[in-house]
Design a protein around this ligand. Structure first.
Ligand SMILES: [Zn+2]
Length: 606
């Protein structure tokens, strides 16, 4: 249910640029002027807009029809795009000391940091990088595991993990996915990292991890410190939840399967990566503490299918004033896994032409998870449409965490019982006695993901920096899993295992810190929205469904795109200027007190 969007990566912040490159350009006869900068940016933006539509269309065809030919085509297009962006980024350095207007200055900054995986200008480098990336993507997306004489796709395996309460079965699937998704990936991955670092250094960054940390309107080292500080704010709540869940799993499965102390077994949490634990709510909730309804069952019994779920999500956005999705969206999107071809099932939102050709791609099922996914993905599309009036360098999210948070904010509203009743999915809004079950269900997703969303990039930052070498890829991964998530694998890992590669965003080179930021932003947006709506009462019961005033203010923030630093965008909605975990802590405060009572007598230490 975690996804990525095909936006050009959100950027700004201060990049340290190579002195060597400045000297290389200094031999030009006349120094560049501010008029040259404006002309340069106009040329760049026209080219990028054309490139973007071309590569989006090629990418769409490849991801909805994976063959050796479509993979070849998309690798070629991506190599050309990378070359072009590297050359533009280097050319932008010419204007480092030219006084330019504010808009041009921001565009030059954004341009210099626009690549996620840069290649160097060495001939062949970008093509090699694109070829490896295409291979990793294809291997991941087409991997299948033979289980009980059935060849299972990842979504088949996720469906079994969601509901299986047999620890032998969950272990087999957990290990099986890792055996087929990322075997032999290490050598390719190490080469990919080396190529991207070569490109990053040419652009003046010590390594690609430094480039990734420069996207947040603050110096890279300040961003790393910010992540640590936000973790310090949220770690105590995670530890309480972990302690409670461990005790319940131990009760269910016995101490031979789940010991009463120490780490939780990763395959017992209802999710292939243990990143969200909501699927084991039925196992961990105390007896008799029911939510009062089951969203998956309600969707199924009310005749929902994938398309109806997406229509419902579109309806939520319309209720706060957004225009309906265009007819082409319904004609061109891919909602379910086709039977006759390989596709990239991982959900994503596409803005093909940077105007109105919006699409969703995913293999949705009729579950609460995909009800959530639909709201999440449409959030990307609403954002894309809101900033489409900007020229391409500003037509992006305030940062990539913002982009992920928009739809999560919508889903937080759409999952409230008040709204589910509005849809007719449940008959009654449960009373205050259901608040703790509701918050527990939410925390199993929203709190559980926090350490996971930190380590995916902590691990990559270490890999990019050369602190984690290929022979230690897997050990270093488990060190982080153990330290932050306090989980363990169901059995010993083999020497050649590459477990991070069994996560889409690692195989696909999609940065992950955005999901950590989004998890905090969404609660800030939600609390801000509820304040604007004049909501009084427990935060978890607030729903802004139908509130066009709040919707208009929200839309105004989205319309800024990337034209302003993200603190300004944030402040334009709710007045706060910084990312802060206070909102998520406030939301879960009643649950936190309840967990303290539940954990009494337990040894909650690691
Ligand atoms: Zn997303």
């Amino acid at each position: 249910m975690r996804n990525h969007s095909r936006q050009m990566t959100g950027v700004l912040a201060v990049g340290v640029l190579a002195v060597g490159l400045i000297i290389a350009f200094a031999v030009r006869a006349a120094p560049p002027t501010s008029a040259d900068a404006v002309a340069f940016l106009a040329r760049v933006e026209a080219q990028l807009a054309a490139d973007s539509e071309y590569s989006n269309r090629a990418g769409w065809v490849q991801e909805t029809y994976i063959t050796s030919d479509t993979s070849w085509l998309v690798a070629k297009v991506n190599a050309a795009t990378t070359d072009r962006l590297v050359s533009f980024a280097k050319e932008a350095i010419r204007f480092d000391h030219v006084p330019v207007d504010e808009v041009s200055a921001r565009k030059l900054y954004l341009l210099k940091q626009a690549l996620v995986m840069p290649a160097s200008s060495r001939p062949g480098a970008s093509q090699e990088l694109s070829d490896i990336q295409a291979r990793l993507d294809t291997d991941y997306s087409t991997a299948k595991f033979n289980y009980q004489d059935r060849l299972l796709t990842l979504d088949d395996m996720e469906e079994i993990l969601r509901t299986s309460r047999n620890p032998d079965e969950t272990r087999t699937l957990w290990e099986g996915w890792r055996a087929v998704a990322s075997p032999q990936m290490t050598i390719d991955y190490a080469r990919l990292i080396a190529l991207a670092n070569e490109g990053a250094r040419e652009l003046g960054y010590a390594d690609t991890g430094v480039l990734w940390r420069s996207w947040y309107d603050m110096p890279p080292q300040a961003f790393a410190a910010k992540v640590d500080a936000l973790w310090a704010q949220t770690a105590p709540l995670y530890a309480k939840l972990h302690c409670f869940v461990r005790a319940q799993l131990s009760r269910q499965y016995g101490v031979a399967v789940q010991p009463a102390t120490g780490p939780i077994r990763a395959d017992l949490l209802g999710n292939m990566w243990s990143q969200s634990w909501g699927n084991v709510y039925d196992v961990v909730a105390p007896k008799g503490m029911s939510l009062g309804y089951d969203v998956t069952a309600a969707l199924q019994s009310h005749g929902y299918d994938a398309v109806k779920i997406v229509h419902t999500a579109d309806h939520w956005y319309q209720s706060i004033g957004f225009a309906p999705l265009p007819a082409t969206f319904w004609e061109r999107s891919l909602f379910t896994r086709p039977r006759d071809r390989e596709v990239v099932c991982h959900p994503s939102a596409w803005d093909i032409d940077n105007k109105e050709d919006l699409r969703l791609k995913g293999c949705l099922t009729v579950t609460a998870d995909d009800f959530y996914t639909a709201h999440h993905e449409l959030g990307h599309l609403m954002y894309q449409r809101a900033y489409a009036a900007h020229s391409i360098l500003f037509a992006s999210g305030a940062n990539d965490g913002f982009h992920e948070a928009i739809g999560d904010f919508a889903a937080l509203n759409a999952l409230t019982p008040t709204y589910l009743k509005e849809l007719g999915l449940i008959d009654n809004v449960p009373g205050p006695e259901s608040d703790i079950p509701y918050l527990l269900r939410m925390a199993l997703d929203k709190i559980a993901i926090i350490p996971f969303a930190i380590i995916v990039d902590k691990w990559r930052w270490g890999v990019f920096a050369g602190q984690i070498t290929p022979e230690h890829y897997n050990d270093a991964w488990w060190d982080l899993v153990s330290r932050y998530q306090n989980l363990m694998p169901p059995g010993p890992r083999s020497a050649d295992a590459f477990d991070p590669g069994a996560k889409f965003h690692v195989a696909d080179s999609t940065p992950y810190a955005r999901y950590f930021l989004a998890d905090l932003y969404e609660f800030q947006f939600y609390r801000d929205a509820c304040r604007l709506a004049g909501w009084k009462g427990p935060l978890n019961r607030c729903s802004i469904y139908g509130d066009k005033n709040v919707g208009a203010k929200f839309a105004a923030m989205l319309q800024l795109g990337q034209s302003k630093p993200w603190p300004e965008a944030l402040a334009s909605f709710g007045g706060e200027r910084d990312i802060d975990a206070a909102a998520i802590i406030e939301y879960f405060a009643p649950l936190s007190a309840w967990l303290d009572r539940q954990n009494r007598g337990q040894s909650c230490k690691k």
